[in-house]
Design a protein around this ligand. Structure first.
Ligand SMILES: [Zn+2]
Ligand SMILES: [Zn+2]
Length: 213
């Protein structure tokens, strides 16, 4: 039997729609070479082809936590997510403000369904555990690599499961997968997940891992 890389509960719920954050990002951007990009030749995630995108996203000296974020955080794009047209590499917003605004937007747009990203959000202090988790140094680095349009798209339209030690994942965005846990956090125990690391510079290996699902 093949070893599953997706945490078992996510596999059971979403099958191959559950992918690592890194693979999800690569699936959302154009992955084509273009000389006519909004970055004006400065090079970004969206204009240097597939190899360029991978080596732009993850670099030789990137911190371990950032690598883990790309490889061990799992994402499920909502089936109601609008298509992402084109790619805009710019970062116009301060990270904390971007996360707060996105959560406030989600709260004001919510009709019947709920989104974990707004759980525990204090409108006065504009803070929550989830705001803190999503503005960690690794997420800040990610923002500089992917730009704020794609970041907001991820926060609004996907379920995000952060990796925790001891084979657990922690949902910080998306429709809550557990109705049993009414707190602001949902913990998922998994049994078969074997984390694997990307190594910058080893393109074939990276590609296999990033695109395997
Ligand atoms: Zn570009
Ligand atoms: Zn938690």
């Amino acid at each position: 039997m093949k070893k599953r890389r997706v945490p078992e509960i996510l596999w059971r719920l979403f099958h191959n729609r559950a992918r690592t954050l890194g693979a999800t990002i690569l699936s959302l951007i154009p992955l084509k070479s273009s000389t006519n990009c909004q970055c004006k030749g400065r090079r970004c995630l969206g204009c240097d082809g597939e190899y360029g995108a991978i080596s732009f996203l993850l670099r030789e000296n990137d911190p371990d936590d950032y690598r883990k974020l790309l490889n061990q955080c799992f994402i499920v794009v909502s089936d109601q997510a609008p298509p992402l047209h084109g790619y805009d590499p710019h970062c116009r917003w301060a990270h904390l403000e971007l996360v707060r605004k996105t959560i406030e937007m989600t709260i004001s747009e919510q009709c019947s369904s709920s989104n974990v990203i707004s759980f525990g959000y204090d409108k006065m202090s504009r803070c929550s555990d989830i705001v803190e988790a999503l503005t960690s140094p690794s997420w800040s680095l990610l923002l500089t690599r992917i730009g704020d349009v794609l970041m907001v798209y991820l926060l609004k339209n996907t379920s995000i499961f952060l990796w925790l030690p001891r084979n657990k994942h922690h949902q910080v965005a998306g429709f809550p997968i557990s109705d049993l846990c009414l707190k602001s956090q949902v913990h998922i125990s998994i049994t078969t997940y074997k984390p694997s690391l990307l190594h910058p510079g080893n393109y074939q290996f990276q590609k296999r891992l990033l695109l395997r699902l």
